[in-house]
Design a binder for this molecule. Structure first.
Ligand SMILES: *Cc1c(COP(=O)(O)O)cnc(C)c1O
Length: 388
């Protein structure tokens, strides 16, 4: 072969045959097929790299096992997973019942894209009894969307009851289960049709990659999800699939540490005079505790606190005094983070009056004593700014 051809087709390196415990990071758009018949045999062969190669296959298999699913689709982010799952099952003229405490970008997708495509969204209050939410399902309702606990405000939903109510009316149930990470709560075992999560959070666990997943058990729903991914052309990089798989290996031990530190800090906050309430579903006596105890095998490190009534500047003083907690969105990584939530609550239809500022904390893997010292610093600044 001449030099230009040799550059494109170098002599094949002999396969080493070494068996590693992890899959290869195979990068490839082109997949070489053995013969002409195989070119169009989509059932027998992966014929194009967009569908995913070794690391993707290994990740999907692991997520199927985690979610107790028969099929899992991967998306380039959690937002894409939510959008993708909704697009896969909805059509013009349908109505979507969406929890009012949904992650804010989910709401934006409903209000902008789904509205433009002729899907109407009705928001419901997650604190309504199950019967009352079931009563909102009409003849055009196609999907009931849950997120439990609710974003920022941590309302727990009666997932098995709501999933059963939806099913008996021919309505599909979808859940954003990012808080449960597929590990602390298994939605498909509780009658939910599609379990969605942002793998960016706890599964990745290191704040360095984006991905989302949608898991299903019934073949009809699974094939709709798959067709949606194929039609829109979503694809994720092999390195990112590998990173998610690596995160999965330590998910259980990390979550235990997040839970333990999170509980210790939540209990410490409960005793502070600057704090009006702690919204942590796994704290006995907290809102949603009974549901959490019934349905979950553990808690993660994400919860919120309500400060005593004070001017907004006092909430800012609290956050700005923190040195170990970073100020930033996202969660599920190794690092502790804090945000004030009030600007995000304004878009909700059923707004609750908390009296004071709502602050969300993500408790990371630091030593909890350092986090408590940091919060002590923040609360002192809050007290000073609140006027004593
Ligand atoms: C972060 C988050 C998402 C979106 O995930 P990305 O991977 O950041 O797109 C979806 N739902 C919840 C509850 C989240 O916290």
């Amino acid at each position: 072969m001449r030099p230009p051809t040799r550059l494109v087709h170098p002599p094949a390196a002999s396969a080493s045959g070494a068996q590693t415990v992890n899959p290869a990071i195979q990068k490839g758009s082109t997949v070489l097929l053995p013969d002409t018949a195989a070119l169009y045999d989509d059932d027998a062969f992966v014929t194009y790299g967009r569908a995913g190669l070794a690391a993707h296959e290994a990740l999907k298999a692991a997520l199927c096992d985690l979610e107790q699913a028969t099929s899992v689709e991967l998306y380039p982010s959690g937002v894409a997973a939510t959008a993708g799952a909704l697009l896969a099952v909805l059509q013009a003229g349908d109505e979507l019942l969406m929890v009012d405490t949904a992650y804010k970008p989910t709401r934006r997708f409903c209000d902008r894209t789904l509205a433009r495509l002729g899907v109407q969204t009705q928001y419901y209050d997650p604190t309504l009894p199950t019967d009352a939410i079931a009563g909102l399902m009409g003849s055009r309702t196609r999907v009931l969307f849950l997120e439990s606990p609710g974003s920022l405000s941590f309302e727990m939903q009666d997932v098995p009851g709501l999933a059963a109510a939806a099913r008996s009316r021919g309505v599909l149930s979808l859940i954003d289960n990012t808080w449960g990470a597929g590990h602390l709560f298994k939605p498909l075992n509780h009658g939910v049709d599609v379990s969605i999560q942002s793998l960016t959070k706890y599964v990745g666990g290191h704040s360095d990659a984006f991905m989302g997943s949608a898991a299903a058990r019934e073949t009809g729903i699974a094939s709709r999800l798959q067709a949606g991914v194929v039609d829109i052309g979503w694809s994720v990089a092999a390195e990112d699939a590998y990173a998610m798989l690596r995160g999965l290996r330590t998910l259980d031990v990390r979550l235990r540490r997040h839970e333990e530190s999170g509980r210790a800090i939540a209990e410490w906050l409960l005793d502070r005079e600057e704090v009006a309430a702690v919204l942590h579903p796994a704290l006995p006596g907290a809102p949603g505790y009974e549901i959490w105890k019934r349905d979950y095998s553990g808690a993660c490190g994400l919860f919120a606190l309500i400060l005593k009534p004070a001017p907004e500047a006092a909430t800012a003083a609290f956050l700005d005094a923190l040195e170990v907690f970073g100020l930033g969105f996202s969660w599920g990584g190794f690092e502790s983070l804090a945000i004030n939530c009030d600007p995000q609550l304004k878009v909700r239809k059923f707004r609750r009056e908390y009296g004071g500022g709502l602050v969300r904390l993500h408790i990371g893997l630091e030593d909890p004593a350092d986090l408590i010292a940091d919060l002590e610093r923040g609360l002192a600044a809050f007290q000073a700014a609140a006027g004593g």
